[in-house]
Design a protein around this ligand. Structure first.
Ligand code: C2E
Ligand code: MG
Ligand code: MG
Length: 652
């Protein structure tokens, strides 16, 4: 895509947005995850807290229950002690009571340690003091009992011991109740918090997932757009076009469409005037004007440079061509509004059943290329003749190398004649392809070879044949004339063009005075520098250079002024309309100007005595044309060399 590698603002913005969204998704996920971890962490602290409360509650409940049990048991033993009259029994019971008291003391001690600093510590103290008071009373009862005052002992038993036990019982159950309340409160809190954390986590998870999903969807969408968008114009790119085309082709609907290949005329020239930025602006504006005209299902894409391709419904093709034909486009370049009436050329192919999209595109593009080659029409519809031509072009390319290797190309020589002396004064070497015993003229293969770049091989082949012929003529004592050889402008891209010429001349020992190099002027200004340098090198080595077909292409006076060429060949079209005096004056003056610049003028295509007479009258000394000779095979030209005087009219 040459210098159009930069992204358009739209694509750059989308890329920027996708980066932002990706960052947002990452940040969202991370914060969400951190929040979940935090929530889960605080939940585990709450759970730990709860389990501590529960454990403590159970332990304390166990203690008070043990105390209660011991107390109850103690009271039973004390009662039995009172009732029994057997001293052995009393002794046994006393031992049991003491043991129980010890156990009770032990439990109370542990309970006391556990309750230190506990919010219900007062319960412990109260139970403890009640038990102490109980035990004190028990020892009083034992005293009465030992003194056989069983009545007072029984009275104490009923009153104070029972009271103490009741109070302890009551405090124990109160304590149990409080502990159980605390435990269920802790459980409720834990349940609540667990629910809160669960819901919170799910909500967060939901947000993370939906946020990420949404972000990724938007990213994917934008990426898809980037992948399918032309970076310069913002229209579809070629990949997108092919995808749509393939879809139509598979569904059998491609035949409802015409494939159009619009191209901006003189875009290179326009670029040189408005620069890269202006170029982009023109392409964008051009694309958007066509896109604005499209209907559902139709698509315009840019292939590269100023080459576009479109799928348009067949019944709308004419309408859109009318629209494209002359589109005024205004672009702002360096704060200046520039108006261009953009002219397009376009190839049109009406897709047929069974066509693949690439075939349809190739045909539309071939039609466009055809319009580029022939100036007859800017809008070329693909026809079956074009198909034949394409086939022929393909065959030329396929057979060329074989033909070259098998010497199917022959050099013909067309004499140049000095009008004053009527003598042969030079000749032009012209290629002929002898193919299947038929002579194929250059018009049938040179443009094709030129287009594919193969013509350079042919040119050097012709040049080498010419050098061989000159060397042979010299060897045979035939004095040669200066032979001009046509070289395509493509050679100017070869840095060793001049060296390659010198090398062949050296190989055959050819003096420079026998050689002239013809270059056409038609390919425009861009070769100017390379051509000037090449002409200078030839000049320095005494080799003539000629501008061929002068007056047909980008005739630039600076070519005559600044280039040190020796010969200017006026194109045969100059001789059209010679009966008109204005034309005569124009030609006369052009010839005068060129002669004044110390250059030789040759007029090509002289067919009549009248033309020759006119040229003589305007001091054009050298001519080439059917009036004297057609391009001759080598052997016939050799005869001309031996017999260089032209005496009569047209020679056959
Ligand atoms: P060109 O170099 O301008 O050659 C002159 C053409 O005018 C020749 O056509 C010649 O046969 C034709 N011609 C000469 N006198 C008359 C005339 O009185 N009347 C008419 N109607 N035509 C005349 P040709 O040989 O068909 O060559 C056509 C073009 O092909 C050449 O035009 C040249 O541009 C190109 N060409 C031929 N051989 C070569 C080659 O070896 N290399 C390259 N690069 N181009 C070649
Ligand atoms: Mg020529
Ligand atoms: Mg010519």
């Amino acid at each position: 895509m040459e210098h159009f590698t930069e992204n358009s603002k739209g694509v750059a913005r989308r890329k920027y947005l996708t980066r932002r969204i990706r960052r947002f998704v990452v940040v969202l996920s991370l914060t969400g995850l951190i929040a979940i971890v935090f929530l889960r962490g605080s939940l585990s602290i709450i759970a730990q807290n709860y389990s501590e409360i529960v454990n403590e509650g159970y332990t304390n409940t166990e203690y008070v229950r043990a105390v209660d049990r011991d107390l109850y048991h103690h009271q039973v033993l004390v009662t039995e002690h009172l009732i029994t009259s057997s001293p052995q029994e009393k002794e046994k019971l006393e031992k049991q009571i003491n043991k129980l008291e010890e156990h009770m003391q032990q439990v109370l001690k542990e309970f006391g340690t556990n309750m230190k600093g506990h919010r219900y510590e007062s319960y412990y103290h109260s139970i403890y003091s009640d038990i102490r008071a109980y035990l004190k009373n028990v020892s009083i009862i034992f005293d009465f009992s030992r003194n056989n005052d069983t009545e007072t002992a029984a009275y104490y038993m009923d009153t104070s011991l029972g009271d103490y036990i009741d109070t302890v019982n009551q405090k124990v159950s109160e304590f149990e109740q409080l502990t159980s309340d605390d435990m269920s409160a802790a459980r409720d809190k834990l349940n609540r918090n667990t629910l809160f954390v669960d819901i919170g986590s799910y909500i967060l998870l939901f947000f993370i997932l939906s946020g990420s999903f949404l972000g990724l969807m938007v990213c994917f969408r934008m990426y898809a757009e980037i992948v399918y968008t032309d970076a310069v114009t913002g229209a579809a790119n070629y990949d997108r076009f092919l995808e749509i085309g393939e879809k139509y082709s598979h569904s059998g609907t491609l035949s409802e469409y015409a494939v159009l290949s619009p191209n901006i005329k003189d875009f290179k020239y326009m670029s040189s005037v408005i620069g890269t930025n202006g170029e982009e602006a023109v392409l964008t504006e051009y694309a958007s004007r066509i896109v604005g005209f499209l209907e559902k299902g139709e698509v315009l894409a840019r292939i590269n440079n100023d080459n576009f391709i479109a799928l348009i419904k067949k019944d709308r093709a004419e309408k859109i061509l009318e629209h494209i034909k002359n589109m005024p486009v205004t672009v702002t370049v360096k704060n200046n509004d520039k108006k261009f009436a953009i002219q397009s050329r376009c190839g049109i192919y009406l897709a047929e059943d069974g066509d693949s999209i690439s075939k349809a595109v190739n045909r539309a593009v071939s039609a466009m290329e055809e319009s580029r080659k022939s100036s007859a029409s800017d809008f070329v519809w693909y026809t079956h003749e074009l198909l034949d031509k394409e086939k022929n072009d393909g065959e030329v390319i396929a057979d060329f190398r074989y033909a070259l290797a098998n010497e199917q190309f022959k050099v013909y020589y067309q004499p140049k004649v000095d009008l004053d002396s009527q003598l042969l004064c030079g000749s032009e070497a012209l290629a002929r392809w002898i193919r299947d015993s038929k002579t194929v003229p250059p018009a049938k293969f040179i443009p094709i070879l030129e287009e594919k770049g193969y013509v350079t091989e042919l040119d050097f082949y012709v040049f080498e044949q010419v050098c061989k012929d000159i060397a042979r003529w010299k060897e045979n004592g035939i004095e040669p004339v200066r032979i001009s050889v046509n070289f395509s402008k493509l050679h100017l891209k070869n840095a060793y063009f001049a060296e390659d010429i010198f090398e062949i001349m050296q190989k055959y020992g050819i003096e420079s005075r026998y050689i002239e190099i013809e270059l056409t002027e038609s390919s425009g200004y861009e070769d100017f520098d390379a051509m000037t340098k090449f002409v200078d090198r030839m000049q320095n080595n005494g080799i003539y250079t000629a501008i061929d077909d002068f007056g047909t292409g980008y005739s630039s006076l600076s070519m005559l002024k600044d280039m040190d060429i020796n010969v200017v060949k006026l194109d045969k079209s100059f001789l059209n309309g010679l009966e008109n005096t204005v034309t005569q004056k124009v030609i006369g003056n052009i010839i005068k100007m060129i002669t004044d610049l110390n250059k030789l003028v040759i007029c090509e295509g002289v067919e009549t005595e009248e033309q020759a007479a006119f040229l003589r009258s305007v001091k054009c000394r050298t001519v080439q044309g059917f009036l004297y000779d057609k391009p001759l095979p080598c052997s016939e030209f050799e005869e001309r060399l031996k017999n260089p005087k032209y005496t009569g009219r047209l020679q056959d």
